[in-house]
Design a binder for this molecule. Sequence first.
Ligand SMILES: Cc1ncc(COP(=O)(O)O)c(C=O)c1O
Length: 404
Amino acid sequence: MSGNSANQHHWSGVLSSALDAVGHTPLIHLKRIQEAQGLQCRLLGKVEFFSAGGSVKDRIAKRMVEEAEKDGRLIPGKSVIIEPTSGNTGMGLALASALKGYQCIITLPAKMSLEKEVMLRALGAEIVRTPSWDSPESHIGVAHKLRDSMPNAVILDQYSNPNNPLAHYHTTFPEIMASPSSDFENKEIDLIVAGAGTGGTITGLSDAIRDREKAFPEKNKTTVVAVDPVGSILGGGEPGNYAVEGIGYDFFPEVLKPNAPSIDDWVKVNDDEAFAMTKLMIRKEALFVGGSSGSALAGALKYLHSPKGQSIASNPNANVIIILPDGVRNYLSKDWFLEGAQGPSNPLREKMREIIGRELGDAYGTGSGVPSTRKEKKNDEALNGEVSDKLGSVHLEDVVGESK
Ligand SMILES: Cc1ncc(COP(=O)(O)O)c(C=O)c1O
């Protein structure tokens, strides 16, 4: 990492389309969490939801499309792009398709959020929901079936496309190295932590890191740690269900290089750990990250608190990069998010109730601290009378009506 914060800017001038606003994401110091965890090293988050389509996968979608156009596999206005994805690669492809005039079909496992589906539709993509990973009816199986029977259909295939890791080699890595850090004595990456889905992110980053190590053998080696959900086989363990989206598989994607020297260590993280860390980042760092970002942070903390991570954790000059792949926009309807980060007792809420002399009327309801969509509705019904007695009922139509 090098550069000067005064002359670094992530976008400047007029961009020709949203595709130019892919990547160029900020590296943000997670200082509050670092301090609360008693870590001496710097925790730095590469915050990918700032990218145009909202995730790290915009980068690979853009590169896969541009390279396929160069070699004639994709013809704007004619080709149909089909991709099996957990949603974010689809978002990048749908974004490129909307701008370049491709038809786009996304095959999406049932587990993936409604938010992803509706955002994809808004961009004009067609969606097929699929039941599972490993049958002919899986998102991959259905994508192939559609491709084989549709003229001009192309699967760019993030699982095997070399442009997936190369997007990170050529964009994510140089961005990290160029991030402003003129006040850092050490400008190298000591530890980098990322979740693995296709493995494109971690493989591309580690390829770039290892090449740099060859070019500068006098510099310290970077430790590369991959994070994997409990229930995925990539980092070991039995296949099973888990709720975090975008990372983990029950097969090894072709682009993933799971062993050393690419990846030094794997850390397993469960859903509870991932979602707790997601909420912590939103609450303490004001970063609206998604679930797999919580996995990455949880994995980083587990590693740093383990004996292997001690020398980095206790070094005030060490830089730890954590890839935060997407934002909570994708998960607003999920129970883990609706449950919120607040505990059941909250003195401020009690005080507010006391002052205004009634329930607060928000999703937290009666102060149990356990909101849910169902509870929110009940709470709404229960409070309707009370609130409208005090405030008079305000309807959206009334507000809109006034400005007509
Ligand atoms: C939310 C999220 N996190 C992490 C990843 C993992 O990235 P990669 O496929 O590069 O391993 C993905 C990939 O789709 C994702 O959607």
